[in-house]
Design a protein around this ligand. Sequence first.
Ligand code: TLP
Length: 344
Amino acid sequence: MRIVDLRSDTVTLPTEEMIEAIGRAKLGDDVFGEDPTVRKLEELAAEKMGKESALLVTSGTQANLSSLMALAKKGDEVILEAESHIYHYEVGGLSAVAGLVPRPLRGSRGCLDPQDVEDAIRPKDIHHPETTLVCLENTHNRAGGAVLRPSSIKAVHDVALSHGLRLYLDGARIFNAAVALGVDVKEIAKHADSLMFCLSKGLSAPIGSVVVGGSEFVEKARKIRKMLGGGMRQAGIIAAPGIVALEKMVERLREDHENAKLLAMGLERFEGIYLERPVETNIVIFSVRGFDPRQLVQKLAEKGVKALAIDKKRVRMVTHRGVERGDIEYSLEAFKEAWESLAK
Ligand code: TLP
């Protein structure tokens, strides 16, 4: 049976070139700062983002947790979007491990309203936790891969700065945002004090994310990464495919966006599907009424099309390097059959 895996872009396998790069990588002990391949990746990442310094970490979740712990102290309040990955999908690490108080605000297509941020910042008062940080996410996963414009990030950053707060960006898919906007990724990164991005999503590397920002922040995050058990030794085998990802895989994301649009165009023809529009990058989210989306996901899986039910109403499908135009056409046919069998 043909398998089309639309659950996530995290399922992408490394390219041949990445596998070869792993075999050739020069290695050393990175906890001693002696892995030349890790250093090369970190320098490249910092340069691409227009920041001073960078740090390779094991995952996006570790990137966010280490960053938050470097940016805020226990008991501080962090403003974030109510559907953000940090709040929704990271096992509550920001409270359980970092000891932070989340202040979730509802955004519009994933972006916070600067006025809402301003209103949520705590005035100095003996009763209050101190608000120290604002987090944004670009692209925004649960908002259907929505792209935050640099001007919108800047507006939130301006509010944060005027209150002495910092802005951190979960840029797991920041390159998807840059490609969709047709801008250099620095144009987005410049409005965040620090950020992270993932190598192992659409960029297809097998493992890893990178934390980027000022040198002082990155050194703090490095020590926290060690505390969290993320100090890796010959991590050049992870960095080597990461370098290929950064140098060769960014422009290709455009194909994923085109395929996602094709998928969305096919899906919106079905009555009873409510698509989150516009589809700007590689994530398609739609809601279904009248039945549990898990039923639909199950029917699709029987035809080899894998998708995810992300809550009681919504289904998510993600395009990536392992999905071609023909797979989208196949998925839409499978969808038609699944949909009709449920409508009976
Ligand atoms: N997202 C995964 C799942 O965790 C939901 C996915 O399939 O989309 N920030 C954002 C915006 C993310 O989408 C993810 C992963 C992460 C952080 C965490 O990255 P990992 O999975 O490497 O810990």
